[in-house]
Design a protein around this ligand. Structure first.
Ligand code: C2E
Ligand code: CA
Ligand code: CA
Length: 453
């Protein structure tokens, strides 16, 4: 049964709303002020909130703001009820993230119509996920029966597969956010969303343990969709709090990239969460792209035409031809941490990283170095004009609430201090195009997994 929370200080209106909604089979909680409303929203997690704007103490705008800032309540659909009909008030409510706005007096049909329209939008996004989970569970039952007969699947794998299904249904997964920092300013301008599994008995399980199996079984589709929905909801909430240029980067698996429903689902997720396409980046690995080049090219082109950014992940590890870099619509290239590791001293890694940064810049791509752990690596990347870094040196991935503190406190990478000021200035001067084109790729480039065309 759909749960609705009514937050309204006028007793008569509150009681009328409760009566009307209960008569239409909704389960209703009603409270008389905003402060209690926020608490009840957190404890009951209603499917929809109807909230008066003008209330003493915490008004409707403050209630909405508080709900949108909390990851648990940020996605609850919200309708304002108000006597105000001024356009400015309406705009303020919608800018804060309200889903609709009813001006009093409204008719029963108007109210029920607004509720039905919002709930059906929400259903459009959650129903396929629920159905997919049910299908996955049914498939697992078949699998268990089959394997009992044929003994084809290892019991460990099967157990993990069953566990993943259960964990998806019971909300044991969480999205962590790892800051991506711009070297020119030291500021966090985006974050990579990384899934974590908080297993009730085994504790934290690394994605390296469960992503490959989820990929093998197809569960990655539901899992990836859940990550997208969670990360987009959270990012929309940060953007509503004022971090307007902030962007989130979400990993797409091989299966997701070849899923014919992908585009449609992403469009739906953006619509429901209110996130602008420009605030979303999708990371695809070389191997995912190479698996089916024509499908990947078409899908990535469509995603890019919506305004979504595309990053090539783990660059250099997938044995992809460098020629393909031109063919795909990438905005960003992520240099894998195996090349970044000890890049200040390892001559092999130095040569590869330098060449990759130059190549990416020549193709107009932003470059992110992954897995930056030391000051020496950072110094080298700065010298080579790498655009952004991500790594334990600045911060590992953090839960949403901890990452939010980074944004709120303006955590940033400290400016270079070890090198002399003059050498810094020289190192940070942009390279001329001529200089760039005169660079050649080192001979050990090919032996590192790259095929240069
Ligand atoms: P990835 O996409 O290459 O993500 C970067 C990984 O490097 C993350 O591991 C991150 O925690 C780790 N990392 C970041 N900075 C450093 C550093 O300075 N040093 C070292 N040693 N490691 C660092 P994580 O979170 O364990 O994820 C592992 C992989 O699992 C990811 O590699 C990605 O391929 C996959 N994964 C994680 N979340 C998702 C997801 O939501 N969807 C999909 N499809 N894959 C995911
Ligand atoms: Ca990634
Ligand atoms: Ca990576």
């Amino acid at each position: 049964m759909t749960k609705i929370l009514v937050i309204e200080d006028e007793q008569l209106i509150r009681e009328t709303l409760v009566e009307l909604l209960e008569a239409h089979d909704f389960r209703v909680s009603a409270v008389e002020n905003g402060r209690i409303g926020v608490k009840v929203a957190l404890s009951e997690l209603p499917d929809l909130i109807l909230c008066d704007v003008q209330m003493p103490d915490l008004d409707g705008y403050e209630v909405l703001q508080s709900l949108r800032q909390n990851v648990i309540t940020s996605a609850i659909p919200f309708i304002f009820l108000t006597a105000q009909s001024a356009k400015a008030e309406f705009r303020r409510g919608m800018e804060l993230g309200a889903d609709d706005y009813l001006t009093k007096p409204f008719t029963k049909q108007e109210l029920l119509g607004a509720i039905a329209s919002i709930l059906s939008k929400r259903e459009a996004i959650t129903q396929p996920l629920t159905q997919a989970l049910q299908q996955a569970e049914a498939r697992l039952n078949d699998l268990v029966n089959e394997s009992l007969i044929t003994n084809t699947i290892s019991s460990e794998k099967l157990a993990l597969e069953v566990e993943i299904c259960r964990a998806l249904a019971q909300n044991e997964f969480e999205v962590y956010y790892q800051p991506q920092v711009e070297l020119a300013t030291g500021e966090i301008i985006s974050a990579e969303a990384l899934i974590r599994w908080n297993h009730p008995e085994k504790g934290r399980i690394s994605p390296a343990e469960f992503i490959p199996l989820a990929e093998e079984t197809g569960l990655i589709i539901q899992m990836g969709e859940w990550v997208l929905l969670t990360a987009c909801t959270q990012t929309a909430s940060w953007i509503n709090s004022g971090f307007i240029n902030f962007r989130v980067s979400v990993n797409l698996s091989v299966r997701q990239l070849s899923d014919p429903q992908l585009l449609l689902r992403i469009v739906e997720i953006l619509k429901v969460t209110g996130l602008e396409p420009g605030n979303l980046e999708l990371e695809v690995t070389e191997s995912a792209v190479m698996e089916n080049v024509s499908v990947a090219t078409a899908t990535l082109n469509e995603l890019k035409s919506l305004g979504i950014r595309i990053a090539i992940d783990d660059f250099g590890t997938g044995y992809a031809s460098l020629g393909y870099l031109k063919q795909f619509p990438f905005n960003c290239l992520k240099i894998d941490k195996c090349f970044v590791s000890n890049v200040g001293s390892d001559t092999h890694n130095k040569a590869i990283t330098t060449a990759v940064i130059q190549l990416a810049h020549n193709l107009g791509l932003t470059v992110i170095a992954e897995g930056v752990e030391t000051e020496a690596e950072l110094d080298f990347l700065r010298e080579q004009q790498c655009d952004m870094i991500q790594g334990y040196l600045f911060s590992p991935a953090k839960p949403a609430a901890e990452f939010e503190l980074f944004l709120m406190t303006g955590k940033r990478l400290s400016s270079p201090s070890l090198m002399s000021r003059s050498s810094r200035v020289v190192n940070l001067l942009p390279q001329s195009e001529k200089e760039k084109s005169n660079q050649f790729l080192p001979s050990d480039f090919k032996s590192s997994g790259f095929i240069y065309k």
